[in-house]
Design a binder for this molecule. Structure first.
Ligand SMILES: Cc1cc2nc3c(=O)[nH]c(=O)nc-3n(C[C@H](O)[C@H](O)[C@H](O)COP(=O)(O)OP(=O)(O)OC[C@H]3O[C@@H](n4cnc5c(N)ncnc54)[C@H](O)[C@@H]3O)c2cc1C
Length: 659
């Protein structure tokens, strides 16, 4: 029988109960905070906000990141915005509605209580960031402006042009720097966590590599928090920053932390299509563009064929021959359906031959209607940097007039296609964001907590900052309250010695292979396997084939990898090899989870389980749980442990974005 997990949820999302729970929280005596050290790994929005908050509360924080500055964390890439239920538009928004939309958007696979808490603190985040000076867009009258993101019929997304992540990160970085200056946070840039150290069953420290000198160093603390981001780069091509990796999370998994819902991977509908074999990165065109851009393909297959052959251009196709397929299929939400729905709909059109570029794997995102209605100036104010980014990459400026039909101006449309973007799965955490290893916490994208099987746009920044500013700094104290009297352990303990030796031996192993294949060539092949067999449409047979191919390729990695140089000093190839080792573990985990979940929900689409209209078909009777996986050694199948989901406030039903 599968083991069953207890999430320590204080029963349901009902506010009264949450208040009751808060009353039970124990805060560490202020005098004792000065004796307590916390390691925070990561300086993205989750890590930087947590480190700054813990520092401000009096703890001694050790904060590490792989980049040369916290400001370069992947969070800087976030474009479109951050959600909060302020209801500045008077459009009927509320905490309950944000909570409801998020649970529904996640296809009823999120933990209800966590989502309620997230919605509850969302407004505090905006206040906090405004106080830090984050330059959110404002209306003419001075009120903060909002726009809409997928899966919502209200405008609740706060934004700073198309650079919201960057501006929020600068805000968090200012707070962090203040604490560095105050001596409460010690920052280690260009340090990579290679392992977590467990002493007497508790996380007591980490082994980190100084990426410049190559030396391994030991850090000890009373608790460890990982905020190391998602595992999207397992697929090689993704919208994630090139440095994103899952090494820290996978090492925690290997040491006993459960990994939850790994098959819930988000494929974003609006990315610049793949255009060649030599590409190593994909670029997102923010979902915010779907506020004003309309998605379409030709109605006639001959038009699609002409577009693919390059004998016709999109702007030559008259209005009546365009199929705005999202508006047609989902009239209630139109272009603003959630990402999983929009991505599958694009794939469906392209699979049927209606794709619009030379590979047949693209659809149009067209601003003609909104530019005609609002003027190019307004559109540029909203999306200027995204239009420029698109032009820089494709040499097409979406604000250029291309044609005039019956007195209506047509502008050059963007071409977009779905791509790997975000991972809803992650290290399992309880309600207090603690993993199955006592003293080890996980926050931000690297935990699994709040998005169920599909994340709504603008909710990752909300979750990262909720975790970092408003949840972890309080919940971690329940753990630390018991630790206040315990001295910090010495890094001379045999547990540290052993962990460091193992990391060192792994580096030697990788360097000694001296085969013929570069890290990237193997990673690219892994990416192909993932996309083909564990991607947008999955089948039991395909997943088994994918697993087999991954095992074979992992063998190739172990026997034929070539890493130049030595472990002394800077060796980027060695670091990438370590990441790739862990992407193999992760890829297999995604496939195992996808194979075990015989249903379709959110980003996990099993082709065997769909309605006649091609919508995801859930099986609540058998799969209404969080799927957690326990590591059982390399090459062995991990063990599935279930955390049953309990919904009190929301009625579980089939998602409907049509009416
Ligand atoms: C192109 C793009 C646009 C997006 N736009 C939006 C948006 O508009 N709204 C929204 O809500 N979400 C958006 N997202 C998602 C959002 O940006 C991320 O989910 C979020 O920023 C993740 O934050 P994080 O702090 O959890 O992790 P990250 O920002 O990924 O930070 C991870 C940190 O961990 C460190 N790290 C990693 N591994 C190690 C290690 N082993 N040792 C030490 N340090 C390590 C890194 O140095 C880094 O500091 C977007 C994502 C992408 C790719």
């Amino acid at each position: 029988m599968a083991k069953v997990l207890d999430s320590k949820i204080p029963a349901g999302p009902v506010p009264e109960k949450w208040k009751e729970y808060k009353a039970h929280q124990r805060l560490v005596n202020p005098k004792n905070k000065l004796k307590l050290d916390v390691i925070v790994v990561g300086t993205g929005l989750a890590g930087a906000s947590a480190a700054a908050s813990l520092g401000e509360m009096g703890f001694n924080v050790i904060n590490l990141c792989i980049q040369d500055s916290p400001r370069r964390a992947h969070s800087i890439a976030a474009q479109g915005g951050i959600n909060a239920a302020k209801c500045y538009q008077n459009d009927g928004d509320s905490i309950y509605r944000l909570f409801y939309d998020t649970v529904k958007g996640g296809d009823y696979r999120a933990r209800e209580a966590n989502v309620y808490r997230l919605a509850e603190v969302s407004n505090n985040i905006i206040d906090q960031c405004v106080a830090q000076g984050v330059p959110f867009a404002r209306e003419y009258g001075g009120m903060l402006a909002n726009r809409s993101f997928g899966g919502a019929q209200v405008s609740r997304t706060f934004y700073a042009k198309g650079q919201t992540g960057q501006q929020l990160l600068l805000g968090a970085y200012s707070s962090l720097s203040c604490q560095v200056n105050a001596g409460k946070v010690k920052l280690y840039t260009r340090y990579e966590m290679e392992d977590v150290v467990i002493v007497d069953g508790r996380a007591r420290g980490i082994i980190a590599k100084n990426l410049v000198t190559g030396k391994l160093e030991r850090f000890s603390a009373n608790a460890v928090v990982i905020a190391t981001g998602g595992y999207g780069n397992t697929y090689f091509l993704s919208t994630n920053a090139m440095g994103c990796n899952c090494t820290a999370a996978v090492q925690c998994y290997r040491k006993g932390a459960y990994f939850a819902n790994p098959s819930y991977v988000q494929i974003h509908p609006t990315c610049i299509p793949v255009h060649g074999d030599k590409q190593s990165k994909l670029t997102l065109m923010s979902e915010s563009l779907r506020n004003d851009g309309r998605i379409w393909v030709p109605k006639k297959i001959e038009d699609a064929k002409a577009l693919q052959a390059g004998t016709k251009q999109g702007w030559e196709i008259p209005e009546e021959d365009r199929d705005y397929y999202l508006e047609r299929r989902y009239p209630a939400f139109g272009n603003l359906v959630p990402r999983d729905v929009a991505s599958r709909a694009a794939k469906e059109r392209c699979d049927k031959g209606f794709g619009v570029n030379n590979t047949g794997l693209a659809v149009f995102l067209d601003f003609s209607e909104s530019i005609n209605r609002l003027g190019l100036d307004v559109i540029m104010q909203r999306y200027g940097n995204l239009f420029e980014m698109y032009e820089e990459i494709t040499d097409v400026f979406p604000g250029d007039v291309a044609n005039e039909i019956n007195g209506v101006k047509y502008y050059k449309p963007m071409m977009i296609y779905p791509a790997i973007h975000y991972t809803m799965g992650g290290i399992w955490v309880d309600y207090e964001l603690q993993t199955t290893i006592p003293g080890l916490f996980a926050i931000g994208e690297c935990n699994f907590s709040d998005h169920g099987a599909n994340r709504l746009g603008a909710s990752a920044l909300m979750q990262g900052l909720a975790d970092g500013y408003f949840v972890l700094p309080y919940t971690i104290q329940n753990y630390l309250a018991d630790q206040a009297v315990w001295p910090k352990v010495s890094t001379d303990l045999p547990e540290f010695e052993e962990a460091e030796k193992k990391v060192d031996a792994e580096m030697d192993r990788l360097l000694k292979i001296q085969g013929k294949r570069s890290v990237d060539s193997i990673h690219k092949e892994l990416g192909h396997i993932m996309w083909e067999y564990v991607g947008m449409g999955r089948t039991a047979e395909g997943l088994k084939t994918g697993l087999k191919k991954m095992h074979e390729l992992e063998k190739e990695f172990d026997e034929n990898l070539f890493v130049p140089g030595t472990k002394e000093g800077l060796n980027v190839e060695l670091d990438k090899a370590i990441h790739l080792r862990d992407f193999f573990t992760m890829g297999q985990l995604v496939a195992f989870d996808a194979l075990s979940r015989n249903e379709s929900c959110g980003g996990h689409f099993r082709e065997e389980y769909q309605t006649e209209e091609g919508e995801a078909k859930r099986d609540d009777e058998n799969y209404f749980y969080v799927g957690c996986w326990e590591y059982k050694g390399k090459g062995n199948e991990p063990e599935l442990i279930k955390e049953p989901l309990e919904y009190e406030a929301i009625k579980v039903q089939t998602r409907n974005y049509k009416n």
